[in-house]
Design a protein. Structure first.
Length: 183
């Protein structure tokens, strides 16, 4: 089974367009990366996607930077965000429907990372942050889906990981791969 998963991930990754011009980023653009965090392996396996983390470009006095949900929501230079990626690989996506208002960074900065991937609390995870920023301006990038609708989440090891974290496979979420597929 492990070999099948690896083959599937290789096939998925080989079809992904990588890169983009970081100098052309503008507020609202979304960067996807693969991290080496503990939960990254579960996100990649469960969602069958190499891209396990994302952030959103925001305007700051220092220029365009990336806002991400890590331990807390924070803003960091684009290069530091990309440096966190395995092999410094990334994908840039610009949604067709653009934001019409500046992002209210102060509303999000300092919020804790949501380890339970829940929409009903004051914490946020990476793709939820991006999704909510767009949703606040009337743009739904993709519909939230039940966690168990991702085929690989049904594997026993994934079910165990969800149980350990107190995550219901029936709860709705938006994974980085959901955003990427929709864009």
């Amino acid at each position: 089974m492990k070999k099948v998963v690896i083959v599937l991930l290789v096939l998925l990754c080989s079809s992904c367009r990588r890169g983009g011009d970081l100098t052309t980023l503008r507020e609202g653009d979304i960067l996807f990366i693969e991290t080496t965090s503990f939960q990254s392996k579960f996100v990649k396996l469960g969602m069958m996607s190499i891209w396990s983390h994302c952030g959103i470009a925001v305007n700051t006095p220092e220029g365009v930077q990336i806002m991400e949900a890590d331990t807390t929501v924070r803003i960091l230079p684009i290069e530091k965000f990309v440096d966190k990626s395995v092999g410094k690989k990334y994908i840039i996506k610009r949604p067709e429907q653009q934001l019409t208002q500046p992002i209210d960074k102060d509303k999000w900065l300092g919020k804790w990372y949501d380890l339970k991937f829940s929409f009903d609390n004051d914490e946020v995870y990476c793709s939820e942050l991006v999704w909510l920023i767009y949703k606040e301006q009337g743009i739904e990038l993709c519909p939230p889906i039940k966690i168990n609708e991702h085929f690989m989440v049904r594997l026993p090891m994934m079910q165990d990981a969800l149980r350990e974290r107190g995550i219901s496979p029936e709860q709705y979420a938006v994974a980085p791969c959901d955003l990427l597929r929709a864009l």
